[in-house]
Design a protein around this ligand. Sequence first.
Ligand code: ACO
Ligand code: LMR
Length: 594
Amino acid sequence: MPELNIEELRDLEPFIVCLGSHPSTIQALLDFDYLLGRDKPSVKVIIATGRKHERYFFGKKEIVIPVLDSVKKLSEEEKQSINLFINLVSARRILSSSKELISIAPNLSGGVIFGERLPEKHALELYETIKQNNLWILGGASVGLVIPGKLKLGAIGGVDSRQFEASNLFAEGQVAVISSSGGMVNEIIRQVADTKYGVSFALAVGGERFPITSPKEAMLSAEADPNTKAIAYFGELGGTDEADVADLLRSGKVTKPIVAYIAGTVAELFDTPPQFGHAKAMAGSQAETARAKRELLKEAGAKVGDSFADFINYLRRLDLMSIDNISKDADDLQNRSKGLIASSLSYDENGDVKILGKDILDLAENSSFAAIVISMLLGKQEISKETENFTDFVLRLLVDHGPYVSGAMNTIVTARAGRDLVSALSAGLLTIGPRFGGAINEAAVIWLKGVKNELKPSELVEDYASRGEYISGIGHRKYRVDMPDPRVTKVLSLIDGLKERKFTNFAKSVEAETLQKKGNLILNIDGAIAAGLLDVLHECEGYDYDALAELTTQEFFNALFVLSRSVGLMAHFFDQKRLDEGLFRLSDDQVTKL
Ligand code: ACO
Ligand code: LMR
C-alpha cells in the first residue's frame, strides 16, 4: 500500500502544523474546515518567528492560532498529535525545517512542500527520509492535496470559499486529479466538477525536476483508493515520469482509466528547447517532449487529448455515475473584516465592560485590588490566595521610600518646575531602571537562570565580577548586613509557607557570596521581590521555567514596583504642590567642579 493512503486520510482527524506562514492559504484551510462542519480548525500551530499569534477567521468569528519559533516548543501532547504538515518556508529552509518536524512527530502521516526551487539534493534527502519513516510528501512547489468532503492541505482547490463550492469540494467524487501544475490542477478540478462525476482526491506533485512524490506513486495511490474510479492526469514536457506511468498501465499495476493531457507542444516552435516556468519543464531529449509523452501514454492505453478540449471531452465521456453538488454557506464567509487590535484582557459585551470575562462592577465589588492587579497583569482569571496575598503586600510595601531616592527626586524637581501631575509622575517613572526599582525583572532572570541551570552561587558571583557587571537584586546604598532592609525580611517571610522556595534559596545563597565582598551587597528589595514572586508563580500558579522566562521577556517582574511606586510619586507631587517652594535649583557649592 502506498504511503500516500487516500482512504486512511479520509478517516484522519487532521492536526496540521504549518512550517512558516502564508495567511491566505491558512485561512482557506480554516474556511474549508468550518464549511465542512468541523468545530475547530485543523491548523493547530504555526512555526514562525517574530510573533506569538496570528489572527484568522473560523467562520465569521476571529480566532488566534499560536505561533512558536521552533518545533521544539511544541508540547509533548502536540508532538504526538501532529499528523499532517504544510511547509511554507523558502527553499533554503525546507529541508531542515521538514526534517526537524519529522524527527519530533512520531505519528506524522505526511505533508506538502509549497516552496519552489527545492535543491534536488535536498529533495533526494527528503525522499530518503520519508521512505525511512513511511511518510509521504508532495512537492516541492506543490499547491497540495484535497480530498473532497474530508481534507484540504494547501491552496489546492482555491483559497476562496466560493471556489470550493464551484468545485464541489464538499462532495466525495470519483475522479482522481493528478497534476504537475498547481494552476492546472485547479482548472481540472473545476472541469471534473462540471462533469458531475466529482473529484475523489486531487493533488499537485509540483513542477520540480525531482518531485518527492512522483506521478507514478500518485497513480498507485489512486489505484489503491476505493472511491477513485478514473484518473485525470495533467503532465508537461520534461522529465520521464510518463514512461513510468505507461509501465504501470502495461504491467496492470494501474487498471483504472487514465485521461491525460501533456502540455508543451508549443516548444516545437523554438529552434532550441525552451525552459518553461517549472524547473522540470524543459525537454532535454526527444523522449521528454510533450508529443512523445502523449504517444507513449496512448500506446499504453490512456486516453490522451491532442488538445485540452479533447482532454475535457474524454473526461466527459467517462462512464461514471453523476453525483450531486453539495452547497455550503460559502457566501456567509465573504465580507469579513478583522479587528484593528486584539484583546484577550477586556472588551465590551452588550454595553458592559468585561475584564477577563468578569463584569467590571462584579470584579470591583468581589475582588481585592491585589487580585485584580495580578490577574490582569498575568491575563489569568483565577489566582491563588498566596499569590493575591504576596501581591497585596508588595503593592503596599513599595509605595514610597522617601524623597531621597532618584525617582522621587525627579518627580519633586519636575513638580517644583511647575509641571503637571502626569509629567511629574512620568519623570519619576522614567528613572526606574537597572539600578533603581527596575532591577526586579533582571534579578528574576538571574535567579531563574541559576535555579534552572543549577548554577553554583560562587561561580555566578565570580562570573559577574570577572565581567565587572553588577548582579541585579544585590546591593543597596543605605542598607547593609548589619542594618538590613526591614522590607526584605518581611517579603521573605511571606513565602515561608511555600514548600520549595527554590528561587529565594538561590538568591539568599548568592547574597551569602556577595556579603563576603562587602557588607552592603545584601539581597535588596528588588532581588527579594523577584525571588518571592518567582516562587509564588512557580509553586502556586503552576508556571514552569519556560513560562517564567516568558514573563521575564515581557519585563513582567517590574510591574508591581512601577504600579506601587506610582502612588508614592504622585503623593510627592501633591506634597510639593502643597509646599509650593518654587523652582528647585542647586546652589554653586552644591556642585563639585571637577
Ligand atoms: N553586584 C556585584 N557587585 C556589586 C554590586 C552588585 N549588585 N553592587 C555593588 N557591587 C560592588 C561593586 O562592583 C564595587 O566593587 P569594588 O569596590 O570592587 O569596585 C562595590 O560593590 C561598590 O560599588 P558601588 O557601585 O559603589 O556600590 P553601591 O553600594 O553604590 O551600589 C547599587 C548600590 C547601586 C544598588 C548597586 O548595588 C547596584 O547597582 N545593584 C544592582 C541593581 C539593583 O539591584 N538595584 C536595586 C536597588 S533597590 C531599589 O532600587 C528599590
Ligand atoms: C526604594 O525602594 O526606592 C529603595 O530601595 C531605593 C533606595 O535607594 O532606597
